[in-house]
Write a protein that binds this ligand. Sequence first.
Ligand code: OAD
Length: 266
Amino acid sequence: MLNAMHHAVQAAANALRAARRIAVLTGAGISAESGLRTFRSAAAPDLPPDMQALWKEFDPQTLATPEAFAANPDLVTRWYDWRRIGCLAAEPNAGHLALAELERGLVQSDGSYTLLTQNVDRLHQRAGSRNVVELHGTIIVWRCTRCGEETEPAPEPMTEFPPRAPCCRDPRALLRPDVVWFGEALPDCALRAASDAAESCDVFMSIGTSSMVYPAAAFVLQAAANGARTVEINPDPTPISPRMDWSIRAKAGDALPRIVELMRTG
Ligand code: OAD
């Protein structure tokens, strides 16, 4: 690791070790090392189109809005089911595991830890993280468009598109992924939990997110305004990088295990 980066990693570990309350925000970048595609990472000319960031191959307006679902539920649910199967096939990586270890250590010493994630893949929970706030919902659960009843579809590709909701007799009742689409509000309880964590934390870490999507991108700035130390982990710079105490230009799967080890050993 380069000297400047080593310094930032050490400084972040020191701040985290001294902290009683830690908040973390993650985005698609933390799951990249599990093989899941991000939405808008920098162009990677050596990668084939089906490995590029999702919004380079697909149009969010025709796939990730309530209007798109109303106009073409077949297309939208096929796309989300394809992604759901990809998430189920993926495994948590060293970054997810390191965050779960960080939480366990902090909770054992009576500290508080909140993990805000924009990811819908459930990899944090599978890695052992407990206090996870899903800001954008989850693709693993789907819900009825009529009564809202939630269901966890079987871990194999669906066979009927758009999928009919089993709970309601009305043939217009469909299943949709329990995710937040562009133009939809984030769940109130998630917003409250995120705001509380940002207001009260000693350290806020922003990991693997382009910080382009609001309100998620605002929480780290809210934390900074309340006096928290701030850490970013991302191989590429983002709009918030200049405002961070420490910007670590590295992959989450490299930086996080190192930080957690330094928190333990000093
Ligand atoms: P983005 O795809 O916008 O950003 C991913 C970020 O991860 C980029 O800044 C990459 O540089 C960084 N990255 C890539 N590999 C990494 C690695 N190994 N370690 C650390 N960082 C890495 O993803 P999000 O910021 O999560 O919303 O996107 C936010 C929201 O926009 C998503 O939740 C989704 C999307 O449209 C909806 O679908 C509503």
